[in-house]
Write a protein that binds this ligand. Sequence first.
Ligand code: 5GP
Ligand code: ZN
Length: 113
Amino acid sequence: MSDCIFCKIAAGEIPSDRVYEDDVCVAFRDLDPQAPVHLLVIPKVHVDGADAVTGDNSGLVAHIFEVIPGLMRGQGVSGGFRVVTNVGQDGGQSVRHLHFHVLGGRALGWPPG
Ligand code: 5GP
Ligand code: ZN
């Protein structure tokens, strides 16, 4: 999608602090980190959000979840981490391109606000 900021980050048209990339996904640091390690992991292809996951694209999600543990090990996170995806207006999704927040490096509170 031409006006999607995360499509532009995936394409390298907008700079990001990228920590990982493969054929399917890109991981980069959130601009406004909420933990010592706060990555965003996105599919390279545009998917609106977790409410747009179907049998045709769910392999992207599986792949991202295969990648995440090694990413966090690579960031030195050993005490656990959290994976969050916000969906839609009430879910607090501000960028309408599927992304997984991966937070670690401190004890995280629950429940979220
Ligand atoms: P959401 O609110 O949709 O769940 O998460 C969007 C996240 O993207 C926010 O945590 C926000 O800080 C981050 N973000 C928004 N624009 C940019 C950007 O241009 N670069 C990076 N690295 N993060 C961004
Ligand atoms: Zn996009």
